[in-house]
Design a binder for this molecule. Sequence first.
Ligand code: FEO
Ligand code: CA
Ligand code: CA
Ligand code: CA
Length: 546
Amino acid sequence: MSKTIDRKTFLSYLGTGATALAAASAGLGVLDGKASAMSATANHLFGFKTNRVSGYFDPIEASTEDKLILPKNFKYDVVAAFDDIINKEGERFGSGCDYNAFFPINGSNVRGLLVNNHEYSTIFSIGPIVGDKMTADQLHKNLYYQGMSVIEIFRDEKGTWQMDINSSYARRINGYTKFDLTGPAKGITALKGATTAVGTFANCSGGVTLWNTVLSCEENFAETAAASSLTDTHYGWVVEIDPFDKTYLKKHTALGRFNHENTAMGVAADGRVVVYMGDDKKDACVYKFVSKDKYKESLGRGNAVLLEEGTLYVANLKSGKWMPVTLEAVQKALKDKPEQLKKFQSQGDVVTYCQEAALLVGGTPTDRPEDIEISPFDNTVFICHTNNDNHGNIHGHITRIFEAGNDLGALEFDFEIFAAGGRQSGFSSPDNLAFDSNGHLWVVTDISSSSQNKGVHKSFMNNGLFVIPTSGPDQGKALQFASGPVECELTGPFFTPDEQTLFLSVQHPGENTKDLNNPTSTWPHRQGDKMARCAVVAVSGFKLSN
Ligand code: FEO
Ligand code: CA
Ligand code: CA
Ligand code: CA
């Protein structure tokens, strides 16, 4: 195996060192003059040939086994599984694990806080629903087990990752937790005048802010809100929590209300904060929020006010323009339709009924935009369009956006289809994304449990984790790194800073189970346990890049 070039090497190759690292992550365009991402392929950005990813792991084959399969010499530890006790108060880990974010404690790569999203209830967390109505106990569990967990984890002397339930930080955030509302929809009539909202649920993916808090996304919130007779408009927002501060809980309405998948934060060339977001619904749009004011590193968490005021844009893929989702634009679009306009009296109404407003102002309906990541190397933006059977996009694709001038604050862009799902690539229905320091994309798939191992999905077998280089000779090729247990989807890939550990969620193994005595999966196969459990695992075995 020849030497792989990691991000640090790449930056020193450019002769710019640590300053460049800081500037590149702040999106200040240090790559200008060296290279431009606006070229057809952006390959030359690196100025070198990326090694085959298979140089550092042997890709695995697709599988139908009820196992989490990894390449040889890799292993996983179950860090936390559904219903595990997480702290001294006896609070329990939630259901439907999705997004993960790791926060080192005192700079450690082997002890830190792990924030995990709990997206939804399963038959294993609330039991079978008889008829269409949940019992009072099921309604309680449905709110309790969704939301988020903050847990403290560490790697012991034997190299095994585990939870520290004596942690003073470990806690649950769930359908009962109170949040402060911020932004244009705070206190408006459409939210019944509320300035706070009780509960978060349907927390899918998310993102880490530049000031080290977590943004967590309320995705398919409608069912839970309706079942518990909660005010629908209090959900479908992006929430912000600080893993180290229990008292800090916000819902930022300026980022719009829709079926939020994720956030990906960067900085525009002029210093404003930019947040890319997907709306995971068939024929829904891709958004970006640009703050009014500029990011100042010295303000730390004080920068969070940037998420309270700014402009929300929606992508028009035909003109290559970001269209403002503003009251003014909606009024213009509806100037001959006063009846329809009644719904939109303020910017608060526009963000609350965002999906409708976005289409009115020219947003392009797309094929279920899921996770989005900004390349730390060249500011191109990768979007998983997972699939859309409304018009025959069965296997989905990964779209790559090139912002004008490599500026995340630009109002014009071009795009390409970076990789397409299907037989030729070996993956179907891409969902969450993460970058490693070699510029490779780690992509998990979400073929629905009802489609897995059938029809045109047969050859893909169980859902998996794939690695796709974004430059070099293997650009766009998918190499399989993991295969999940029966009827699961793998979610929330997140590396420790030293990239020696990858956290990954195993969501809804055994999802098609109808009878708890006869589960379709029993992963993680705990002794004496006849149920499948959603869980977070820590994967280790990564070699240092040189
Ligand atoms: Fe919760 Fe769009 O996946
Ligand atoms: Ca997802
Ligand atoms: Ca991601
Ligand atoms: Ca999905």
